[in-house]
Design a protein around this ligand. Sequence first.
Ligand code: E4P
Length: 224
Amino acid sequence: MEYILDTADIKAIKHCNEFYPLSGVTTNPSIIAKENRNFWDIVKEIRDIIGPDKTFFAQTVQKTADKIVEEAVLMNEKSGGDFCVKIPICEEGLKATMELKKLGIKVLMTAIFTPAQALIAAKAGADYVAPYVNRLDNIIGDGCEVVAQIVEQFAIYDLPCKVLAASFKNAEQVHKCALSGCQCVTVTDDVLKAVITHPMTDAAIGGFEKDWQNVYGEKTILDF
Ligand code: E4P
């Protein structure tokens, strides 16, 4: 299971890249627009933090296959390391995906809401598909079940495409997707923190500290 950070907030990326086992950073036009700064400055700052080996995902804002390919090639060249272009699923996007595979550029097909969309994206050569879990849950769908069905389909047809589940609002959704066998999740720093947080853990750590200090005071193992 790969954990990816879903933000362009430099402070959050710095923090999470230091404290969590991240495989990369995902963005989309809404995430970039929230920063309201020069696109290439954001890309450079993210790359400087994550280094060349972790994957940086950025989404095309073009609408035709030719322009999507042109934008993806430029982002791939300028991203400074491992890069994957995000393309929303549509006819032009599928055509662009097939072209980009010939050029050896990684593609994540995004805005996936059904297993049928995911299957055709994988057949076009997408390296990843991104089903939107919370957006489905919000309309009384079952986002985690859609992720599970996509994982099952790719196994049935032996497709190498990875399922990168996206749009999470809580740790329970992440847990359910992990059980379904999806290869990656992209989450915000809040959700990442929620994944490692448990009141019983806090109580256990507090108890260890109290018992130790009752006997040894402020002395640590380094002081013996
Ligand atoms: C990532 O690929 C998606 O763009 C993102 O996770 C969507 O998240 P949201 O539903 O919270 O906007």
